[in-house]
Ligand binder design. Structure first.
Ligand code: UDP
Ligand code: MG
Length: 308
């Protein structure tokens, strides 16, 4: 019998866990597959782990990995994929934005022989500003990285063991999971899923965190900012040279004029600013190389529950 693993990152989700399990377990039991739920707690200090452990006490299929401290959703999902043992892995959040009754559709789709099935949001429950943000985020990302990430990606997605093993070969510290999923390629399809509002609690991704994510994603999957620096540098140097020749020509052959220091000053300030800006871009990459070169573990785990 094949086995399905749910991979579920949790961070301050005490109000969602019980409802999540109440809705999920009957669906899993009805699949006719083996199953497990792998929760990864990303350092919550509320009752999240206590509640999960209470459920895990009478249900060995409910498993918990506890991070030592908050290490980010990307790390949590990576750990979940590492320790899940199913033939199929389904990644979803516990906030019920993607409804558990969609699970059977994901399973039957992957059983058609795909390696990865993305959920696409049928309708978006997000507020106006979030919608605009999403548009800009995914638009810029696709343009910068050439990754062609499908529009309106839901959180829910399912993939098989082969795909999970390939994912685990990606050893980078800076990890943008959606990017890696697309980069893996393999046989991929999409299905539409209905959406609900977050069951309880608040989103942990405010605008600032989302911007950070976008920023990192671009730098992790693109060298375009570096090429931009080179191109602009070349264009400006060329422009400077032309200007020099033109000015010299006018001064010597047409009419003599006094040098204007304001224009000189603004040219200096502009070029200094540009230089700093592009040194900064290079520095961001250096910082990332530094982080990669240390090769630290991706996450630090405090405790396992219900793992052999
Ligand atoms: N999450 C996490 N670590 C964090 C922040 C969030 O593991 O540092 C989890 C969180 O518990 C949730 C998922 O990531 O299961 C997505 O977060 P959320 O629902 O707050 O984001 P949104 O759906 O609003 O983008
Ligand atoms: Mg959510």
């Amino acid at each position: 019998m094949k086995k399905l693993s749910l991979v579920v990152p949790v961070y301050f989700e005490e109000d969602c866990i019980a409802q999540f399990l109440k809705e999920t377990i009957p669906v899993l039991k009805g699949l006719g597959l083996g199953w497990e739920i792998v929760f990864i707690d990303d350092g919550s200090t509320d009752r999240t782990t206590e509640i999960i452990k209470a459920f895990a006490g009478n249900t060995p299929e409910i498993k918990l990995i506890e991070f030592s401290y908050n290490q980010g959703k990307q790390a949590a999902v990576s750990a979940g994929i590492r320790y899940a043992s199913g033939d199929y892995l389904l990644y979803m959040d516990p906030d019920l934005q993607d409804p558990p009754d969609e699970i059977p559709r994901f399973v039957s789709k992957i059983e058609e022989g795909y390696d990865l099935v993305f959920g696409i949001r049928k309708e978006k429950m997000d507020s106006g500003i979030n919608k605009i943000y999403s548009k800009i985020f995914w638009g810029t990302l696709n343009r910068f990285t050439g990754l062609k990430i499908p529009k309106g990606l839901a959180v829910m997605r399912i993939f098989n063991r082969k795909f999970a093993d390939k994912f685990l070969e990606y050893s980078e510290q800076n990890r943008f999971i959606e990017g890696i999923f697309i980069h893996i390629g393999m046989k991929r399809t999409e299905i539409e899923v209905s959406q609900r509002n977050r069951f309880a609690g608040k989103s942990k991704f405010n605008f600032k965190r989302k911007m950070e994510l976008a920023f990192n994603a671009i730098f992790d999957f693109s060298e375009l900012p570096l090429r931009l620096a080179v191109n602009l540098g070349i264009s400006l140097s060329f422009l400077g040279l032309i200007a020099l020749i033109v000015i010299a020509y006018i001064k010597f052959f047409i009419f003599d004029f006094a040098a204007g220091w304001p224009s000189l000053l603004s040219a200096i300030v502009l070029s200094l600013g540009l230089q700093l800006f592009f040194i900064g871009i290079a520095a961001i990459y250096i910082g990332k190389i530094y982080k990669e070169s240390k090769g630290r573990p991706l996450y630090s785990i405090k405790e396992f529950t219900n793992f052999e």
